[in-house]
Design a protein around this ligand. Structure first.
Ligand SMILES: [Zn+2]
Length: 293
């Protein structure tokens, strides 16, 4: 048994360190996010006692916590359920709307990337349209409690947000295996929807509205989706509520780098601005002037 495991067992039966203002109180916890703010951020450490691998232990703790504390941000159902182990590509599903979710957990500072599994598998999934939405759970490894949870809707996963890692060395057990990282900072802010932030749950209705709004950015074609996300990302980076066509043309060369086959970047930008206006993300104020909505 690992030292960390032993420490957890010890803490379980002595005193539990807590996070946030209303933690360690399972009586007020379940399925209540965004209501009276009474969410139990603490992992149920008794579940970890039988595990010797740290990664397995964290998986059990985080999955159980999500099952007990997270609602379906697509339809608002108070309950989501876990798929039986190894039976599906996703971790959870909503019994009401059927939407699927995958959980990624990371301790400490979240940083701008999070490791995922095999690169090829991940790319195949996001290009096959049956990819799940993601929950990104950020926890405190000392206190064993949740600090942040974000939901990233499936349509924000385009190949540009997936980074290929170096293949494992020839002497490694899985020589040649190539993993990937999800580049969180490449996902536009509209696709990083806070469910819990700094230990405090966001209002549930606000979360549902943000998910509904973000789904307007969904398109069938992966290429169209990539363009829409890229132009939206440029708009997000303009530090003004109102901006001009010239402001957005400043990103022309960056977009040309990303889309080398397109030889009329400015026309493409204007087309995406129209789409974003039709979807309600920006408004046309006047000739060549736009406003973020
Ligand atoms: Zn649902």
């Amino acid at each position: 048994m690992l030292c960390l495991n032993a420490a957890i067992s010890y803490r379980t039966f002595t005193q539990i360190e807590t996070c946030g203002s209303k933690t360690g109180r399972r009586d007020i916890a379940s399925k209540n996010l965004g209501g009276d703010n009474g969410v139990n951020l603490q992992f149920d450490q008794t579940l970890a006692i039988d595990y010797s691998s740290r990664s397995q232990m964290i998986r059990v703790l985080t999955e159980e916590w999500v099952k007990n504390n997270i609602y379906c941000p697509r339809c608002g159902s108070p309950e989501i359920q876990r798929f039986p182990n190894n039976s599906a590509v996703a971790d959870f599903f909503c019994p009401n709307c059927g939407n699927e979710y995958e959980l990624k957990s990371k301790s400490g500072v979240l940083g701008h990337k999070i490791a995922d599994g095999a690169y090829d598998t991940f790319i195949r999934r996001i290009t096959s349209y049956n990819n799940p939405d993601f929950f990104i759970l950020n926890y405190n490894a000392d206190k064993l409690c949740v600090e942040n949870v974000w939901m990233i809707p499936k349509h924000f996963f385009v190949p540009e947000v997936v980074e290929k890692r170096k293949p494992l060395s020839p002497v490694a057990q899985r020589a040649g295996w190539t993993g990937c990282n999800i580049l969180l900072d490449k996902i536009p802010e509209q696709g990083r929807i806070r469910i819990i932030y700094g230990g405090i749950p966001e209002d549930k209705e606000t979360v549902l509205e943000q998910v509904r709004r973000s789904s307007l950015l969904s398109t069938d074609s992966l290429e169209a989706r990539g363009w829409l996300m890229d132009v939206l990302d440029c708009i997000n980076r303009i530090q003004k509520q109102q901006f001009t066509l010239e402001d957005i043309y400043r990103f022309e060369w960056q977009l040309a780098d990303k889309h080398p086959k397109n030889h009329n970047i400015r026309a493409k930008i204007r087309q995406q601005l129209q789409l974003l206006r039709d979807k309600g993300f920006i408004a046309f104020v006047g000739r060549g002037i736009y406003r973020k909505e």
